[in-house]
Design a protein around this ligand. Structure first.
Ligand SMILES: C[S@@+](CC[C@H](N)C(=O)[O-])C[C@H]1O[C@@H](n2cnc3c(N)ncnc32)[C@H](O)[C@@H]1O
Length: 252
């Protein structure tokens, strides 16, 4: 094993990565347009004062839709580049992405692993990401030039089809909160810890339940647990929906 660090990839993205939970920006957009239209009609009949609320909320909804689309199309990629840089990967690790979807984070990791492997686990739910399909992720891997080091698995992250201690690094982006019940989310964290090798690292970014992930990791004996916000680049529609990153190391 060497102590070299894989160079930070600078290439532009070549794949297409869809929109996370696409019904949310669609709803914001539709509500914004509806409120603005209603406000304009009301303005002509009743004057500005009584139409102001609808006009202001309509504009806010459209700004929220715009912010959401920025995060899903660009912000999360920038943030994850930083998180992956922070892992200072050597380039030969085995990495597992829980809920990889179309591969936004999976393939960013793969670009850093010329001699390693990335495994993506997913149930390919269209309501969680538009056009979610393993064929799309595979074609993105081809487009990014990393298909030789990518393996996809159709599996539930609460029951991972891997041996104990198989992975050097576990990552997960905006996926664990999609498990509807608390027991299921705890199972996902337990499974992540199980398949991580001693000394391996875990990085989870999510919009909800991150305090619970931290508590679960503590109970499971993980060390160096941190929990921090990643800032406005991952505010999903506004500061009321921020993203938090939990990281931890499995004791050797
Ligand atoms: C919002 S998408 C994020 C995808 C990707 N991580 C990204 O950041 O672009 C959440 C993903 O989690 C997957 N997912 C939801 N529940 C899952 C489960 N129990 N097991 C595996 N994947 C799951 C969905 O199918 C979806 O691809």
């Amino acid at each position: 094993m060497t102590d070299r660090i894989a160079p930070r990839p600078t290439a532009r993205r070549q794949g297409t990565y869809g929109v996370d939970a696409p019904y949310i920006p669609a709803l914001y957009g539709a509500m914004g347009i509806g409120l603005l239209a209603w406000g304009i009609v009301w303005l002509t009949g009743h004057g500005l004062t009584s139409a102001l609320g609808a006009l202001v909320f309509g504009c806010l909804m459209l700004v929220s839709a715009g912010l959401y689309l920025y995060v899903t199309r660009r912000g999360k990629f920038v943030v994850w580049e930083g998180l992956l840089d922070g892992l200072a990967l050597r380039g030969d690790e085995h990495v597992l992405d829980l809920g990889c979807g179309r591969g936004a984070v999976l393939l960013a990791a793969a670009r850093r692993l010329p001699e390693g492997r990335v495994h993506g686990v997913d149930l390919w739910r269209g309501q969680d990401q538009s056009g979610n399909d393993p064929a799309v992720t595979r074609s993105n891997a081809q487009a990014e030039g990393v298909a030789d080091r990518v393996e996809l698995h159709t599996a539930d992250m609460t029951q991972l089809p891997f041996q104990d201690g198989e992975f050097d690094v576990i990552i997960s982006s905006l996926a664990i909160h999609n498990i509807p019940d608390a027991a299921g989310r705890t199972s996902a964290i337990e499974e992540a810890v199980r398949v991580l090798r001693p000394g391996g690292r875990l990085v989870v970014a999510d919009i909800r339940h991150t305090r619970q992930y931290g508590a679960d990791l503590q109970r499971l004996g993980m060390r160096d647990i941190t929990r921090r916000g990643v800032g406005a680049r991952m505010w999903w529609s506004g500061p009321w929906m921020p993203t938090t990153v939990v990281s931890a190391v499995k004791p050797s």
